[in-house]
Every structure is written in structure tokens, then in C-alpha cells.
Design a protein around this ligand. Sequence first.
Ligand SMILES: [Zn+2]
Length: 193
Amino acid sequence: MWTNKRDWDHHSSKSLILTFDDGPSSVLVPILDILKKHEVKAMFFWQSRLLHKHRPWKRLLDDDHLIGGHSLRHRDLTRLSHEEQLHDITSNKRHIEQLTGQQMKYFRPPYGQFNEDTLEVLKMLGVTPFLWEVAGLDWEHKESPVHIVHNILNYAEDGSVILLHELKQTVTILDELITDLKAEGYSFELPPL
Ligand SMILES: [Zn+2]
């Protein structure tokens, strides 16, 4: 289980992991452009139902970001049977691996909801559950996205995993967010491949 600084052995004294859920979406390209401008690597947790082959997944790999799984269609896994969870996560893994040609190593359960069955399935598949420590609450701040920046600046600390989404309002503040975090001395890392 990967949640916060206790779980990873990072290199710098002030490191963060940036993660983007619920893609691939139509704002993936501007997100990648901003990350590239700042030379920041991030993790993307993708749903199978959104995996259209025209999304620029190849650029994401070329830019050295990481793709993890986020289920078939974002159902709360704790409401599914063991068999249904097995089907959901296995299919999501297969879809991502077929698209990218790379092994899917990390999975984030929708809504952060999981149970013993989820953990057992992930263990069997050799996939690490990846949660978060600081939620940007970007889905709540469509009207005033500056709050996303404040949330993260207030709660981030060394080792935090930051939760964001592939949303329009997130694009509008991403450049400022990264600039501010860097100004506070943070650097950005990825978990081991
Ligand atoms: Zn999600």
C-alpha cells in the first residue's frame, strides 16, 4: 500500500508525487505541456472506458510519466464481489498493458475505496495499491480554481502524494501550483518502475 512519505524512500529532502486521476481526458495535452515546461514527471491513473486509442498515451510515455490503473468504469469496488473485482482490475490492467506495451504496476481504487478482496486481487496480479495523502479537491473548485493551489500548499509536506484530476480547472492552476511548490523547495519524483 502506497499512501505517503512512510512508504517511499525518496531522494530529496522535500519530495512530492503528483498524480492525476480519471483520464485520459480531453485536457491531457495541456497537462503534459505544463509538466514538460517544468520538467516534472507525474502519475496518471486511467479508467478503461476512457482509453480511446487516439488519446496521446505515447507522448505520456515519451515524456517519462507513469500510467496506473483506475478500474473499468469507476465503480466503488467495495460494492462488487471478489469475482467482479477480479474481472474489473484484471481487465483494466490488460487494457492499459495492451495499449502501452508496459506492465501496469500501480492501481488506485476509485474513491479510494477498497476491501480485503481488492488487496488480495492486486497482490495476486503483482500490482501495488496507490492512494494519496493530499487531495487538491480540484473537482470541487471549478468556479474558483485558486482554492486548489491553496489546499495543496497548506497540506503538502515532504513525501506527500498529491491527488489531482484531468480537469479543465486543474489545467488553469497547474502552472502556478508547480511554480509555487518549487518556490517552497519541493521537487517531484516517481515511484520505482
Ligand atoms: Zn477517480
